[in-house]
Design a binder for this molecule. Sequence first.
Ligand code: GLP
Length: 269
Amino acid sequence: MKDADDRSLRLAGMSVIVVENAAEVCRLAADHVEAAIRSALAACGRAVLGLATGATPEAVYGRLADRHEAGALSFRDVTTYNLDEYYPISPIDPRSYRSYMHRHLFGRVDLAPDRAHVLDGTVPEGFAAEHAAEFDRWIQADGGLDFQLLGIGRNGHIGFNEPTDLPVAESLRLPTRLVELHPVTRADAVREFGSIEAVIPRALTMGVGTILSARSILSLATGPRKAEAVAAALTGPMTSAVPASLLQSAADRVIWIIDEPAAGLLPGG
Ligand code: GLP
């Protein structure tokens, strides 16, 4: 369902589809998620999806839920694992990602409640590492992620894997864990929390290694504020300073769908 004015590029071995605007990104992304569900169901009778939060995927979930309500798509045989959650936070706090997922997807589709996994922002701190390790073990026990949906932070983060100076080989293996949020991420979270003082400065995040183990990865970016991170991830070197650039290590399994403003700093953009 590609329009004549879509552009397809290949950058660092990754497929990049550039469409006109954010609405088109979400329309096409919903098609990809649906196709991923259908192909996993056809292959093994169930689908394991990694899901993202943030403003970008909201309309993707809206479209998927609409398709479910129209009787065209079922989540009955789907299992989901979300990328991240603030820490500490109650699941009933409207700013939690658990609550976001209930509003945008879980509450509107026939996904089994005990197969919709979100990292637990209420786990006691001394148990957080074990909880995160258990999350990775559950993904493995479920056969691994068939598909991972990603957004990208303005600083190039994926999930809440923030920029670091770690050697690339170490970053590529990062497991799910408790992390501190980067100042740019905290500034962007003011949108959800109201003020910088109110932003919860830590989070549990799926690790880079866990994300990269997905059998296919769809990364979305919209708007001019993401242009710099998108260009660094797609045309810069693989570096822990731009976590999204680490997707280059799984290039043949990665598709980017971005809009023209987010593609503004790419070659020919
Ligand atoms: C948050 C989430 C990320 C998300 C990013 C971009 O930090 N933890 O998973 O990709 O924001 O969000 P937005 O789509 O709102 O720009």
